[in-house]
Design a protein around this ligand. Structure first.
Ligand code: PAF
Length: 283
């Protein structure tokens, strides 16, 4: 497994593989790898000749009062896990390598970033789209895998790749959960022991909503009311949003008569957690 720290070396590595007719699968991350990331690497490994992982905590996707400075890191463990997962190259740049002092371009999408998490994180998806564009140009992959836990991010990347004609196939990896249902996230590391139970309010809400829809409830407002009461029953929770929306446009739906995305963001203490499920009333 090679570790490449500059754009030039990463590009040369990819160009050399592509010249030999090798295909490249790419999994971008901000590090602190957990089983959710490993599942993306496992999904990508058999698809291409090479598997590239990037580790870069991207400052441009954090707002001024967010957790950039506290974001957990463990490069030694990340490199060990990457090797075990069959990664052939790790792109590990410093901030200045990605954002030189004269950097001034930003990728914006018209509507997708303004729903769900974008409402309380106005700079987030512009930062994600910009860094992913740069990473695509540096790594030059054939296929890239993104986790569906960040469903809005996944949808934004798919839209961007289509709009900007990137010749890259975007695949989604399913949400990986702890045995108690909590969706895996690097931010779970922030949860104190007592907050862990409250964090389960997310996955349990998805389950409750699924049951209500299976029983024939079609009105999102009715289910939302039940979920609010349910979540507020857990200590230290504060709801950021509960959204029943169209899985493609992320626009809220008024009636659950076809597959919808139920997406949640809840603060548990200071930790903001997200989760989601696609729910189909016909199933
Ligand atoms: O999902 C993430 O870890 C990040 O948003 C990504 C895609 C690596 C961009 O920084």
């Amino acid at each position: 497994m090679e570790i490449l720290k500059t754009k030039k070396r990463m590009q040369q590595w990819s160009e050399a593989r592509r010249k030999k007719g090798k295909t490249i699968c790419f999994v971008p991350t901000m590090g602190y790898l957990h089983q959710g990331h490993i599942s993306l690497l496992e999904k990508g490994r058999p698809l291409c000749d090479e598997l590239v992982l990037s580790i870069f905590v991207n400052p441009s996707q954090f707002g001024p009062n967010e957790d950039l400075d506290a974001y957990p890191m463990d490069i030694e463990s990340d490199l060990r896990l990457a090797k075990e997962a069959g990664v052939t190259a790790v792109f590990l740049p410093q901030k200045e390598e990605i954002y030189p002092h004269d950097f001034q371009t930003r990728i914006c999408l018209d509507s997708l970033p303004h729903h769900l998490c974008g409402k309380s994180r106005p700079v987030h998806f512009g930062g994600v789209a910009t860094v992913v564009t740069k990473l695509f140009n540096i790594v030059m992959p054939d296929v890239a895998v993104f986790g569906k836990k960040d469903y809005q991010q996944f949808q934004i990347i798919r839209q961007m790749v289509s709009d900007l004609d990137f010749n890259i196939e975007i695949l989604g990896g399913e949400i990986v959960r702890e045995s108690d249902g909590l969706a895996m996230s690097s931010r779970n590391a922030y949860l104190a022991a007592g907050q862990r139970e409250s964090a389960l309010s997310l996955s349990r809400s998805l389950h409750l909503a699924g049951q209500a829809i299976a029983k024939g409830e079609k009105n999102p407002a009715v289910i939302e009311k039940k979920l609010i009461a349910f979540i507020q029953g857990f200590p230290e929770t504060r709801i950021d949003y509960i959204s029943f929306c169209d899985p493609t446009t992320l626009e809220p739906v008024g009636l659950i008569d076809k597959q919808i995305l139920l997406a949640l963001a809840i603060r548990v203490g200071k930790t903001r957690l997200i989760d989601n499920a696609l729910i189909d009333p016909s199933q």
